[in-house]
Design a protein around this ligand. Structure first.
Ligand code: HEC
Length: 181
């Protein structure tokens, strides 16, 4: 039997180590929990959801995406049809800072670092205090590559999120319209 060379062993080990690192990173994100008990893991797959709209708060860029049920809800005429968003629909708002395009200085600004991923999930039984919507806010820390659940106490969402979304009560507390493409 020929023995594997040291180089072969080192190469094999590096593959194992890099693989373990990637697994640990994605695993960590989905075990993070918001103070109101909503787990990031409930939204697995959000990074592939369809775009609903985008907004420019001035110091960054926000993109709103929705799960397939939410996209179907818009296709069915929401919010003009005046109907409530169905149970299980979810939207995420992805928030980045912006920077000058390194390849075209003076051109349009482009996304820089990821700042936050926020969610709204419709579940009337679980979130009666906020008119059926569950809110979660996860802050991203670039140096450590980790997310943290943001919010002061288990009932944070009523004051920190829903109090403002109440302004969109006539459209089931959803601000965003589906942008034509
Ligand atoms: C001061 C008002 C205000 C507060 C507070 C607020 N939002 Fe929003 N939110 C908005 C507006 C306006 C939009 C529409 C998109 C935009 O302007 O970026 C929005 C959009 C969203 C969306 C996309 C769905 C929609 O309604 O368009 C999600 C998800 C969301 N917010 C989550 C949250 C969470 C989670 C919190 C609390 C941590 C929160 N929001 C607090 C005003 C607010």
């Amino acid at each position: 039997m020929t023995r594997p060379s040291t180089t072969t062993l080192i190469a094999a080990l590096s593959v194992l180590i890099v693989g373990a690192g990637l697994t640990a990173q994605s695993h960590d994100r989905f075990t993070v929990i918001s103070p109101n008990g909503i787990s990031f893991g409930e939204f697995k797959g959000y990074d592939a959801w369809q775009v609903i709209s985008a907004s420019l708060p001035g110091d960054g860029i926000k993109v709103v995406v929705g799960n397939p049920l939410m996209i179907k809800t818009y296709a069915g005429g929401f919010p003009a049809n005046g109907q409530a968003v169905p149970e299980g629909a979810v939207m995420a708002k992805l928030i980045w800072s912006v920077k000058d395009n390194p390849s075209l200085p003076g051109g349009a600004k482009v996304t820089d670092t990821l700042k936050r991923v926020q969610f709204m999930v419709k579940d009337a039984k679980r979130f009666p205090d906020t008119d059926g919507w569950g809110y979660a806010d996860f802050a991203y820390d670039t140096p450590s590559g980790t997310f943290t659940g943001v919010g002061n106490g288990a009932a944070f969402a009523k004051a920190a999120c829903h109090q403002c979304h109440i302004r969109a009560k006539a459209r089931d507390y959803v601000f965003s319209a589906f942008a034509l493409r």
